[in-house]
Write a protein that binds this ligand. Structure first.
Ligand SMILES: [Zn+2]
Length: 79
């Protein structure tokens, strides 16, 4: 039986099926895709395009300010 897990995008607060979200984590100002260890958060594909909103949300979830948009662009540059 297929179980659909619903998660909330940290930017728009929409509740979306987990497989349509990008799972990320922020550890000591280093943004990366979720490694399987530690806290993670979800961002939907629409919000990835809205860098202004995205930056504000990343500051909030990471609890500090850094060049997260640059890091995010690098993460998604290959895919
Ligand atoms: Zn979103």
């Amino acid at each position: 039986m297929l179980k659909i897990t619903i998660r909330t995008c940290v930017v728009c607060r929409e509740k979306i099926s987990q497989n349509l979200l990008n799972r990320l984590q922020c550890n000591e100002k280093k943004l990366s895709l979720f490694t399987g260890i530690g806290r993670s958060f979800y961002i939907c594909n629409d919000c990835l395009k809205d860098e202004k909103k995205l930056e504000k949300s990343l500051y909030r979830v990471c609890k500090n300010k850094d060049n997260y948009i640059v890091q995010l662009r690098e993460i998604f540059a290959n895919g």
